[in-house]
Design a protein around this ligand. Structure first.
Ligand SMILES: [Zn+2]
Length: 206
């Protein structure tokens, strides 16, 4: 735990467990000394001093899906570590995305590792992005596979076979983007809308 990283700790002002950013702190010399330092609540911005006992690892059962297959695994966290839906974690050489959390028998949006009874996650090395090619009154659906951090913007050219299309708008999980110069990462895209820029004729063989 170093300055800048975020830990979950009880906040006296919020009267609940909230994310805190470490402003200043040190871990004791021996590994069982834990952490003591100054932290800031990310919810109410109050600054306090905390003493956190040693980081005790805990194994959490998880159902990890990859494509159509899923398997049961165990993933290691620190007991007091907060886990949220939509967290991206590195696991067994894969980027995985937490999709569902069960703590104390209930589905929750976030929880502490020590309370979590099961996690569900998907391998998130690549994401499928839906593309609609609008051609007159018809729409041709396409899907493209890309890395989650790939950026797309209005005005960008894409190619599907011999079709060259230009992005006209991007629907994200929260809004519609119409303007150029506002790139969106593939992980946040619900659908890309395009129109045909140019359709090349098949190459004639002699
Ligand atoms: Zn607070």
């Amino acid at each position: 735990m170093k300055a800048g990283s975020v830990i979950y700790s009880h906040c006296g002002s919020c009267e609940e467990e909230t994310p805190h950013r470490i402003l200043k702190g040190a871990r004791g010399q021996s590994p069982d000394k834990g952490f003591s330092g100054t932290v800031q609540c990310q919810t109410c911005k109050a600054v306090h001093h905390v003493e956190i006992p040693v980081e005790i690892p805990c194994m959490v059962p998880m159902v990890l899906s990859e494509g159509e297959n899923s398997r049961r695994v165990k993933i290691q966290f620190v007991r007091d570590e907060g886990i949220m839906i939509d967290d991206e974690i590195f696991f067994e050489d894969h980027n995985i995305l937490i999709t569902s959390i069960e703590a104390k028998g209930k589905r929750v949006k976030r929880g502490l590792a020590r309370d979590i009874t099961n996690l569900w996650a998907v391998v998130f090395d690549t994401v499928k992005v839906k593309v609609a090619i609008v051609k007159g009154s018809t729409t041709i659906p396409e899907v493209m596979e890309t890395v989650p951090e790939e950026e797309f913007a209005v005005g960008d050219l894409l190619e599907f076979g011999r079709k060259k299309v230009v992005i006209t708008k991007i629907k994200t999980t929260s809004k519609m983007v119409y303007r150029e110069g506002r790139p969106v990462e593939a992980r946040d895209i619900s659908r890309i809308y395009t129109r045909i820029a140019r359709e090349e004729r098949p190459i004639e063989t002699q």
